[in-house]
Write a protein that binds this ligand. Sequence first.
Ligand SMILES: Nc1ncnc2c1ncn2[C@@H]1O[C@H](COP(=O)(O)OP(=O)(O)OP(=O)(O)O)[C@@H](O)[C@H]1O
Length: 655
Amino acid sequence: MGCICATARSPNAAVANNDLLDSSKSILHLIPHPPSSSASSSKKEGSFTRPTPTASITVVANGYPVVRRPSTSSDRNSNNKPVVVIGAPTKNPTRRLTAIPVAQPTQQPGSLAGIKTEPATAEWPSWLASVAGEAIKGWVPRCADSYEKLDKIGQGTYSSVYKARDLETGKIVAMKKVRFVNMDPESVRFMAREILILRKLDHPNVMKLEGLVTSRLSGSLYLVFEYMEHDLAGLAATPGIKFSEPQIKCYMQQLFRGLEHCHRRGILHRDIKGSNLLINNEGVLKIGDFGLANFYRSDRDLQLTSRVVTLWYRAPELLLGATEYGPAIDLWSAGCILTELFAGKPIMPGRTEVEQMHKIFKLCGSPSEDYWRRATLPLATSFKPSHPYKPVLAETFSHFPASALTLINKLLAIEPEKRGSAASALRSEFFTTEPLPANPSNLPRYPPSKELDAKLRNEEARKLRAEDNKRRGGETVTRGRPKDHKTAQTPEFMAAGQSKVTCISHKFKTDEEGGTGFRIEPPRRGIQQNGHGHASSMVHPSVANTEWNRGGSIKRQTNAELKSRISQTGDLSGDSYRRGSNRDYSTGNAPRKNRIHYSGPLMPPGGNLEDLLKEHEKQIQQAVRKARVEKSATNKNQALTGQQQQQRYTGRNGR
Ligand SMILES: Nc1ncnc2c1ncn2[C@@H]1O[C@H](COP(=O)(O)OP(=O)(O)OP(=O)(O)O)[C@@H](O)[C@H]1O
């Protein structure tokens, strides 16, 4: 955290009391000086006397002198230890002493909460200012405050999210930590886009960026948001929580209001899904995670990447390779969520892009002949089924309220121009007929529930099941979904539930590698195996195996795909892949060769969807068999004693 809390332990040392500080990487010097002093009046660098309650402290961290407000008795962390805050230098003497929250958005660049500030870039670390100047313009980093990290509440592909307390105000916030490896400019640029977009948005149903904190020491950037107790995926996956119709309407209304605002401001979210819809204890829903969002212009041909949106929520035109698209892609995702909220589980949990496309056609019908004729989408010919599919949404969800079904039919229109807009969705009968949407403040209160909680819960259950199986000498493959999930008995759901497939990843050979098709690699050790066959090295070990949470792992693969593709193909003109460098930001590790996998496009030249699906299923089965063989070989290997292993690897045992 740019504001790093350090506890003064001895006269000459400051030791981190907060694990946001990587104390091993920096030498900190604390310089006491009287409250009225300027930096020049401080004592010799390196000498430190425990501050008196009225002394202010200058901290020099890696050469940056940092001043904070006078120390008071409140400068104590939860262990009642005195807290010293380290951050970037400030030029405004007033701020030095008062620790005004400095990363608030300003009405005009250069002004801050009514106080004129100097141009901000000088306050930012150069790695950020040089690449993300536009994104941080008019802001200064929050550096004279401190935050006490309380809990980890979210784990994304590129970030960890923490619940923290602002020690200045006592306010609880969420801090999204993004770590840049070697300050890689490409990844900083992607983060800058997220910040720029967040700053353009201002709506009660869109997460507001409250501040930025940089860490010169660890190279991390923290995005500070209002703390939200729940996300929709976490709530929906909590056993015993069942949403009422007015509650679903209430959430959906807020989602469309937020989307309408984004689209009106020319921003596509491109990753609408349950875990990105945050809900607070007052029942307010806010759209979060703009990491994949981008600007669009309806009046201009802008080439965007089609490889966005978590697979289960990805619109058909994206699967067909569209590079010119608009708000309709977010409406599709919203349609998936609306249906999911009524059905009690995701409606199209595809394992690969091909399978996703097939699920869409089977449920929503395939496009009309006219659409195929007009379509100039790159994969249109490959994906065109040999016979048309009729939509079966009405039959499948016949038990849904009629007004919900009408809206679902519109949002899940296979042809994007038929989906309407967020504004038209808000005008639909769904929101105007009884029962009316609930008032957010009247919604039930729940204990905090996040996607991460659900993941951990499910991981625990999976471990128990695995142990149980082991005791009984059975296999450890995760299968099916928890029995307590209510399910709509569609063929899709049945098929998904029966899936025995473990972790499969498809590595599409690049042209450089001389491949045109795809091969399937067996699961690697340490990679989460879920019942839906997607996995990647980016998957956090706690990825869940419920239907509700599997989308997360798919997203992780999606992001890995993006990273992989940018390193192979470069960007599409004008568009950017998310934090597109080939690095593992979640761990901070440099990439391992062949670690990143992505699916699709999986169509062999001239293939047709049905043949491809058969072939696809065959290959998945083969991969599962191969994985099992490899796993049992690995297990045997692990059973070897150290000496046997030594012999084996040095070849002295003659094998
Ligand atoms: N303001 C917030 N308040 C509380 N929790 C939050 C907040 N923002 C994010 N989270 C939690 O952290 C999780 C991950 O956040 P976010 O989606 O922004 O990160 P990410 O790295 O983009 O994740 P992903 O790779 O899944 O897209 C969310 O699903 C949510 O549970």
